[in-house]
Write a protein that binds this ligand. Structure first.
Ligand code: RP5
Length: 167
């Protein structure tokens, strides 16, 4: 990855491993639906710490505005990224086999004062909500995106039936 190149997209989706993509693709799918540009990268706090550092250091200058970071187990990626950039970082705890993602959640959520991570739910729902949260942040100064997000939310509400069925 050439970090001197401009990202040209507002959202960076980063994850600790290829194995996180099945979860993190939910964030990318929501951003696709809402027409929000994003890039996806594997950046591991433990396996590629130099990549983490250079991604975080260059993030603002490359034009990124929000970072979504997903990781599992000893999930230090979101917190370390938050320590390296002032951009809002949204953390997604990836579900793990050993501890069902509670390990990921605890690794992400309990940040020390000064370096917040907006922590989502464990797993796919958390990843999708991370995409929605990133869109909501960007919609604050993007009226067209705000309208698309409102319409997305309304469509979801309309899809919920009034009564349960046996099907
Ligand atoms: C973390 O370790 C990753 O975020 C991933 O969730 C977990 C397992 O990684 P793999 O062993 O599948 O590459 O760093």
């Amino acid at each position: 990855m050439e970090l001197s190149e401009q990202a040209g997209v507002p959202v960076g989706i980063i994850m600790g491993s290829q194995s996180d993509w099945q979860t993190m693709r939910e964030a990318a799918a929501i951003l696709d639906e809402l027409g929000v540009g994003h890039e996806c990268r594997i950046v591991s706090a433990h396996r590629t710490p130099d990549r983490l550092w250079s991604y975080g250091r260059a993030a603002v200058d490359r034009g990124l505005r929000v970072i979504i970071a997903g990781a599992g187990g000893a999930a230090h990626l979101p917190g370390m990224m938050a320590s390296k950039t002032r951009l809002p970082v949204i953390g997604v705890p990836v579900q793990t086999r050993a501890l069902s993602g509670v390990d990921s959640l605890y690794s992400i959520v309990q940040m020390p004062k000064g370096f917040p991570v907006a922590t989502m739910a464990i797993g796919a729902a958390g990843a999708a909500n991370a995409g929605l949260m990133a869109a909501a942040i960007l919609a604050l100064d993007d009226p067209a995106l705000a309208r698309r997000l409102d319409a997305w939310r309304e469509a979801l509400s309309q899809s919920i039936p009034q009564e349960p069925s046996d099907d």
